[in-house]
Write a protein that binds this ligand. Structure first.
Ligand SMILES: Cc1cc2nc3c(=O)[nH]c(=O)nc-3n(C[C@H](O)[C@H](O)[C@H](O)COP(=O)(O)OP(=O)(O)OC[C@H]3O[C@@H](n4cnc5c(N)ncnc54)[C@H](O)[C@@H]3O)c2cc1C
Length: 392
């Protein structure tokens, strides 16, 4: 007779694996299924690698609470598992002193210690090449390789008796005698409870489970450039913009990665496939679903100009360079090499709003993570803890 698991999780990204670990630690018998050959092949292995402080997000939102808690859990986990990371802080720049003051006030409300508005000479002490006149220093920010973190979480989960099955693309979900039966091309699996952590495909999986979410996942590619080694000295840690609350993922940043390279990016370009990592990755069926979605029409109407300028920047390295030069001088086109892109799973409501907060939807014996964009890598262990509390 086939084994019946307490919980089956679709998706071996950082959110799925963290949830699996927290449930297995609670004594549940957990199965993780992924269509790929290993963990973190998609968003979790193709991001900026930033450990976020939590300062950017609306207080008392899932993003704010779970990012702050998740950062603590992540640092504990990385210390225990000897995963390399750096917490050297970032500067958030804007020439509008009022915006800096607002963010500083947010840090005070969140009891974040050490956050500080910087004068020009203090900015230059931290980032000697930064062109901005005003900035906020946020010491809690850091960098890590989230692929390494996800692999370590998977290893820990397996060491506690958890099961992961790769090359299992789930195509059907049925409810039979209070069990969830998940079917791939090759096998079927039964569990008492289902958790959907399928990232870019979380809307598709929810629909397979007979849920009609009031949103769709729209794929936005984020492209990066890496500086040549001779220009690596231009940035010490991280230089970030203050994001627009309506378009939180817009605006590139400069980051020194865990392996000491300087990256600039990401932009935000509508992808022609859910896993559309290049302009040439086109999936007609997925792209037609994106453009025929009424929420996408409404979003397109609102932000048509922004969308076009992001596409233009993607196709024109000079425009990307121009944005880098607003932060620091002395970078030339020949200093920039493209890096692998990532694609964000961004939920858009049927009203055309970009949904900012994380979204969790519960149904009969199932829970669907329907929006887990940045900072979900930072927040992942807290997301897992939060979900594990909901599963009896
Ligand atoms: C460009 C970019 C930059 C980012 N920067 C940061 C950052 O600096 N800091 C931060 O905290 N966050 C960042 N994020 C966000 C973070 O990477 C994501 O929020 C996080 O990785 C989401 O994890 P996940 O497990 O939900 O999704 P994923 O990692 O995408 O995992 C989903 C998994 O589901 C699997 N799957 C899908 N459909 C099926 C199916 N039918 N059957 C079986 N398996 C399936 C996929 O193969 C995949 O492995 C960034 C994201 C991007 C794209």
């Amino acid at each position: 007779m086939k084994k019946i698991y307490d919980v089956a999780i679709i998706g071996a990204g950082i959110v799925g694996m963290s949830t699996a670990l927290k449930l297995q630690e609670k004594g549940k018998n957990v199965l993780v299924l992924d269509k790929e050959k290993s963990p973190a092949i998609h968003q979790s292995g193709r991001n900026s690698g930033v450990i976020h402080s939590g300062i950017y997000y609306k207080p008392q939102s899932f993003k704010s609470d779970l990012c702050i808690r998740g950062r603590e859990l992540l640092i504990d986990f990385m210390n225990t598992e000897n995963i390399p990371y750096r917490i050297e802080g970032k500067i958030v720049v804007d020439n509008d002193i009022e915006k800096i003051a607002e963010l500083n006030k947010r840090a005070e409300d969140l009891n974040m210690t050490g956050v500080k508005a910087l004068e020009r000479n203090e900015i230059l002490d931290l980032e000697p090449n930064c062109k901005f006149e005003s900035a906020l220093y946020v010491p809690q920010a850091g960098v890590v390789d989230y692929k390494v973190v996800t692999e370590a979480i998977a290893k820990k989960f397996i060491s506690l008796g958890g099961t992961v099955e790769y090359f299992q693309k789930i195509k059907n979900i049925n409810s039979q005698n209070d069990l969830k039966v998940l079917t791939s091309d090759k096998d079927s699996f039964s569990s008492e409870y289902l958790i959907n952590c399928a990232g870019l495909f979380s809307d598709t999986i929810a629909i397979l489970d007979n849920i009609e979410p009031n949103l769709r996942i729209i794929p936005f590619r984020g492209e990066y450039f890496v500086f040549n080694e001779e220009k690596s000295h231009l940035v010490n840690n991280m230089i970030y913009p203050i994001s627009d609350p309506n378009l939180p993922f817009l605006g590139i940043h400069l980051t020194k990665t865990i392996d000491g390279k300087i990256e600039a990016g990401p932009n935000a370009v509508l992808a022609f496939a859910k896993e559309g990592y290049k302009w040439s990755n086109i999936n007609i069926s997925e792209f037609s679903k994106t453009i025929l979605y009424k929420g996408m029409w409404k979003l397109g109407k609102q932000y048509f100009g922004t969308g076009i300028s992001e596409m233009y920047r993607s196709l024109n390295k000079k425009v990307f360079l121009k944005e880098i030069l607003t932060y620091i001088p002395d970078v030339e086109l020949s200093d920039l090499q493209p890096r692998v892109a990532g694609v964000r799973a961004q939920a858009v409501s049927s009203n055309g709003d970009l949904i900012d907060d994380f979204v969790f939807e519960e149904s009969n014996n199932s829970l669907h993570v329907l929006n887990a964009p940045s900072p979900a890598a930072t927040a992942s262990l807290a997301i897992g803890e939060f979900i594990a509390q909901k599963v009896n």
